[in-house]
Design a protein around this ligand. Structure first.
Ligand SMILES: C[S@@+](CC[C@H](N)C(=O)[O-])C[C@H]1O[C@@H](n2cnc3c(N)ncnc32)[C@H](O)[C@@H]1O
Length: 291
């Protein structure tokens, strides 16, 4: 699994759905069309994974995930030799995604946790960051809006202290106030509507213990970029496009202050050691709840 803003690959413009091969379009229609921007949000993935023999679970999961715009970059196949099979390309892309997320965990999670910590991975996707963080903390609550992705994550091998939760609400009401040591979120807030970002930042603040931190990625807007891309094109395109929302520095500052975070920093991910050559991974916000 790779993710939409990662691995150092050269970004390419998204290919409109109507120009994709018919088979891809059918696959996307059946598997990836989304309501509420929740890709792979289908009840049958859990059953399919449960019926699949153990040795095929991982390749099947990677294949299903490769249909979602959240986990594989647009046109991701094109960076591999044309004579490779799709399975070879999916496997190679999956390995790159794992190596990249290892760096993310080492750099952005581990400095902020202890073996006692209870952390939230908000927008966990297939749980790579949650699973890699688990040996270093007491517990990980791994939350995603997509029921299908959560079912897939549960069906794959994962540490016992990771709890996967599908949450379709625009709040974290299932988490008690002041109960978490770290709220982490990577390449998620950039896909939410501005209203959702407000709502979830408010929730991040609420669920943190006094003095605890949130570490999350968000995207700064380049000067000529629109703030909000709600998706255009035909029905299929709208159901398979990935929403991107960008913020100015002033807007990020206001979002933090509006939601109670008076102490925070915003750092380009490329300023972190090991990420200097990444093409674009946005900004990392680190904020503390007042003790
Ligand atoms: C690009 S993926 C990143 C996955 C994971 N954070 C990683 O880096 O491996 C974005 C994830 O955010 C999830 N997501 C989008 N909206 C969400 C919401 N309202 N609540 C929880 N998760 C959400 C998507 O389903 C998707 O799994």
């Amino acid at each position: 699994m790779t993710g939409d803003t990662d691995t150092g690959a050269t970004p390419r413009p998204a290919e409109p759905a109507y120009r994709r091969p018919l088979l891809t379009r059918i696959q996307q229609f059946v598997l990836a069309s989304s309501k509420d921007h929740a890709f792979l949000d289908r009840p049958y993935f859990g059953l399919v994974m449960a019926l699949t023999p153990q040795r095929w679970k991982r390749p099947l999961a990677n294949y299903i995930l490769s249909l979602s715009p959240h986990y594989f970059l647009p046109n991701w196949e094109k960076k591999y030799p044309a004579d490779w099979t799709r399975e070879q390309k999916v496997e190679a892309n999956g390995k790159e995604g794992l190596a990249y997320r290892r760096k993310v965990v080492d750099t952005l999670v581990l400095p902020h946790v202890s073996t006692e910590s209870v952390m939230l991975d908000f927008g966990c996707g297939p749980g790579v960051i949650a699973n890699m963080s688990a040996p270093h903390v007491g517990k990980v609550i791994a939350v995603d809006v997509s029921r299908g992705v959560i079912d897939i994550s549960r069906a794959l091998e994962h540490p016992a202290n990771v709890e996967f939760v599908a949450n379709r609400k625009d709040d974290l009401s299932f988490i008690p106030t002041g109960s978490l040591d770290l709220v982490f979120s990577f390449v998620v807030l950039q896909h939410l509507t501005p209203d959702q970002v407000q709502r979830f930042l408010q929730e991040f603040y609420r669920v943190l213990k006094p003095g605890a931190k949130t570490v999350f990625q968000i995207k700064l807007r380049e000067e000529d970029q629109p703030r909000y891309n709600p998706g255009t094109g035909n029905w299929l395109h709208r159901r398979t496009m990935l929403r991107m929302v960008f913020y100015s520095r002033a807007q990020i500052r206001q979002l933090m202050l509006d939601n109670g975070f008076t102490q925070f920093s915003v750092t380009d991910l490329r300023d972190y050691e090991g990420f200097e050559n990444e093409w674009d991974n946005g900004q990392i916000v680190i904020a503390s709840k007042l003790a």
